[in-house]
Design a protein around this ligand. Structure first.
Ligand SMILES: [Zn+2]
Ligand SMILES: [Zn+2]
Ligand SMILES: [Zn+2]
Length: 204
């Protein structure tokens, strides 16, 4: 997306309760989604996702990760598997269902708060043995900004758009910041002046 005065003006129309230009600029920045890999920004999540897919596909590649992190023991009969990173707990755990749910909830909060909690239950002896000897390997999608991992590309994309699209005002490209400042500079006073004028007119 090009720097666009119309876009900033549209966003300003939705901004409320700002007292000065700094707050106004912060409110505009909050509504923009910045690509964490370059300086592009968007107003809609699908546009940011498409941009990342098209321009930064190397950041969305999967890699083979061994499931070293698990609580599966030799004598396990049933295991409960996280669908995101294949972490597993076994039936020796006092409350395997709540352990796996607690674990999955951490992923859910990193994707989006409405992400569904579901897990796989397996009695597969071969799979259990693979866990025990550390031979479970999976193709996983790892976030390059934090330690979160995902089982599919779409979840990683959702996570990046949700968690890593905010920007520190100091890192906003100079030209973009200047344009936002130009649009925002008359904004709070402009609104106040209008309100004042109205109330004066009313008292006549
Ligand atoms: Zn980008
Ligand atoms: Zn997991
Ligand atoms: Zn991340």
């Amino acid at each position: 997306m090009q720097d666009n005065i119309e876009t900033f003006k549209k966003i300003l129309e939705t901004v409320h309760c700002v007292k000065n230009i700094d707050e106004t600029v912060a409110a505009v920045l909050k509504k923009l989604l910045f690509c964490p890999f370059c300086s592009e920004y968007f107003t809609e999540t699908p546009a940011l996702k498409n941009h990342i897919k098209k321009d930064h596909p190397d950041r969305l590649k999967s890699k083979t990760v061994s499931a070293v992190n698990h609580e599966v023991n030799e004598d396990s009969e049933t295991i409960y598997i996280c669908p995101h990173c294949y972490f597993a707990v076994d039936d020796n755990c006092p409350s395997p269902t709540s352990s796996i749910i607690d674990h999955i909830q951490k992923h859910a909060s990193s994707i989006d708060p409405t992400a569904r909690i579901s897990f796989q239950i397996s009695n597969d002896k071969k799979l259990i043995q693979k866990y025990v000897v550390g031979k479970v390997k999976n193709e996983l999608f790892c976030c390059s900004f934090c330690s979160d991992i995902f089982s599919d590309q779409e979840s990683l994309l959702r996570h990046i758009s949700f968690k890593h699209s905010d920007i520190d005002p100091e890192n906003v490209p100079h030209e973009t910041m200047k344009l936002i400042m130009d649009c925002a500079k008359d904004f709070p006073t402009g609104k106040k002046a209008k309100a004042k004028y109205k109330s004066t007119a009313y008292s006549f």
